[in-house]
Design a binder for this molecule. Structure first.
Ligand SMILES: [Cu+2]
Length: 217
């Protein structure tokens, strides 16, 4: 496993809740090379090379890492709106998506070709569903927190990760490696970082309204 290093800066903004923000870096990680032209495998797919989205890193800033508050364990109901996972241009979009336990995940197929959504779960939440071009969306809900790996059995390069969380205190790092978890209650929390290839770490964060705290994982 390559070294995953994160730096989290914490800024208190109100008395009882604050945002946890920071940057996740992976100094030794390298982007993975693209594959063969997608249209060669399926003429209904783009002529682009199959992207390898497992490690997206630019100037050591790591994209698509999940950062979440492990404690308090349960806070509030699942969002009413569903999260969306599309299959577009023979790629999952986005590559990673997070949902709260009980929140809907709407899976779309925007392509003219058939995809096969094969979700592998260690906790019995997996499924395997074929979706022809233009198929109606599938809506799924998950009851247990975990990271579920999605792949398409038709197009071997297509894969995605769905993170299922106990509460809405999670974020996904952007292209600049940055994340913001909003409205975290004051107090001491354990914050986890997880990336599909670079592994998992955690750190303690004390959320207060008394200024900034900077630290590195
Ligand atoms: Cu596919």
């Amino acid at each position: 496993m390559k070294k995953l290093v994160g730096a989290i800066a914490l800024f208190g903004v109100v008395s009882f809740a604050a945002d946890i923000t920071g940057t996740v870096t992976a100094p030794t990680a390298k982007p993975m090379p693209a594959g063969a032209q997608m249209a060669k495998a399926d003429p209904n797919c783009p002529k682009d090379k199959a992207p390898n989205q497992a490690v997206q890193v630019e100037a050591a800033k790591l994209q698509n890492a999940f950062v979440w508050v492990k404690s308090p364990a349960a806070a509030g109901a699942a969002p009413a709106a569903s999260a969306t996972l599309d299959q577009k241009g023979c790629v999952y979009a986005p590559h990673v998506v997070g949902v709260v336990v009980g929140q809907g995940l709407k899976i779309l197929n925007s392509d003219k070709t058939m995809h096969n959504v094969n979700a592998k779960s260690a906790k019995g939440q997996g499924f395997n569903a074929g979706m022809v071009g233009g198929a109606a969306p599938i809506e799924k809900k998950f009851t247990k927190p975990e990271f579920i790996k999605f792949k398409c059995d038709v197009h071997g390069w297509m894969n995605s990760v769905v993170g299922v969380f106990e509460n809405s205190f999670f974020a996904v790092t952007g292209k600049d490696g940055k994340f913001t978890i909003t409205g975290v209650p004051a107090g001491e929390h354990t914050v986890g970082i997880w990336h599909e290839k670079l592994g998992e770490k955690e750190a303690k964060v004390t959320v207060t309204d008394k200024g900034a705290v900077n630290f590195a994982l």
